[in-house]
Design a protein around this ligand. Sequence first.
Ligand code: GTP
Ligand code: MG
Length: 575
Amino acid sequence: MATRGVWLLTRLPLCSQTRSPVQCPALRRLSCAGTVAAGLRREEQPSGSVETGCQDKTPTKTFYEEQDERREQAQRTVLVHCPSKISEKEFLKHLSQHGPVHSHFFYESFGLYAVVEFCQKDSVDSLLNVTQIPAMGMEAVIPFRSRFLNLKLKSPSRPVSEMSPIQPSNQLPPSNRKLSELLYSAESVDDQLSTLLKELQLTEENTRLRYLICSLIEDIATAYFPGCTIRPFGSSVNTFGKLGCDLDMFIDLHETRKLRTHKRIGNFLMEFQVKNVPSERIATQKILTVIGESLDHFGPGCVGIQKILNARCPLVRFSHQASGFQCDLTTNNRVALKSSELLYIYGSMDSRVRALVFSIRCWARAHSLTSNIPGSWITNFSLTMMVIFFLQRRSPPILPTLDTLKALADTEDKCIIEGNNCTFTRDLNKIKPSENTETLELLLKEFFEYFGNFAFNKNSINIRQGREQNKPDSSPLHIENPFETSLNISKNVNQSQLQRFVELARESAWVLHQEDAYLPSSSSKPPWGLAALLLPSVMQSTKKQKKRCGSERIKSLLESMKSGSPESSANTSRN
Ligand code: GTP
Ligand code: MG
């Protein structure tokens, strides 16, 4: 329900990605309220003392303020590989010799790891000053210093039985089985969508870990490009990230360039001596080559480095073993960061947006409409654009168009990147809450009906204007890039993938319509609602069932789904 109350609750900063049904910003207190000293006084304090709760529901930070704050927090943080049996209390006491610990948590990923945030950056330096390069017996070591450390016990400090057990925070999504159980036992389809969001969204700890990994990579990159920043973007920061999603990041050399243009003193302009290359693309390839090599040779925990330099957007792909993240590193991707900010804002406008996007993304994944492997599949980014577009098309609209957000912008919001106008308001208070009160269940059903009948053969999707437009080319699926408007973000999608999407959308709409007939509480009931949609086997049997039902019924159902001409349907043949 898009009541004003819900509206206020949902305008929250990024750090609200805790596992709580009501989104709540987990604001880090800059005072050292959570120091280890205070923690030790609370004798039986459980492990994982990251502050994840807070009463303040009012958003206080913009996307960039949030990013800067988390970056600064990451710089005061170390990652420690710990022995599996360890006294948390003694560990924290040991670290607090270097200064107060602000917060910490443990997690498991082929071993036990601790993420420890000090109050002061000096404490990290102090800790690193007493940290040794390990002696490796027969093998040689590269004496590389970083904030990724290894803790060894000289002797077991205390009998294991006397230690309070460590409670590692979970970094993985629940198993399919667990998720199914939760969805079966939900009270309504709306409840199912909220449960899915709550279970799959990035936790506060996982978000911290993502910023920490960027910060560790930044330490390596700054050796070559002093002052550069490694910025996360995409689903790690746009509030649509699901536990286990990849970590997209880029090397921001913008700050370095800005310095170059601002250091004019009097009549003199001092420039760095640099090497020239024939194109921006070659410069990007060279930068990524050297960073990729460094990560390969020296980056602790960075494995499987692939330099994919001939892609449209060159990148270095690698796994960060200790966090389990699949990482994609690009350069100067400021437009993508702006897209992340836009999605972040859309996700904050109405509580239904994220719930719907999560369920559509999960539905697409469950039916292999999306894939981790590049190819002709639809991407999560495109699916998110489709949901936003659909919500702009509701009556009354649930989300404003990008042009509306642009019209509300003031001079501070003005943003031109590489000639592209990326201006939109960042002030949510300027946006009138939607008067639309449709339930999630209805929206889910309508989403499938809308795109099951969309004229993909002639129309494109465009969130800038929020209306269907003639396709400028013959790509099966055309979704206009919001900032680089001449580009199609789903150019890769072929006709057969689009056809699968349309068929599954129609079948899903059919399943949800059928279910109107019975209640979720019935004990003999098969998987219902969202749970049914996420099971490929249920959808298969639906297909057969539908055939049995006969074409007349389907015809009338489809007609009731959308009263439009038959030509408005996609170029697909059904059953
Ligand atoms: P996940 O599937 O959860 O990783 O979602 P994601 O949003 O992070 O998508 P992905 O990792 O594929 O891409 C990361 C970001 O790059 C997206 O959020 C977009 O901002 C941007 N992006 C992805 N694909 C395109 C594209 O085709 N065109 C443009 N301009 N940007 C894209
Ligand atoms: Mg991603």
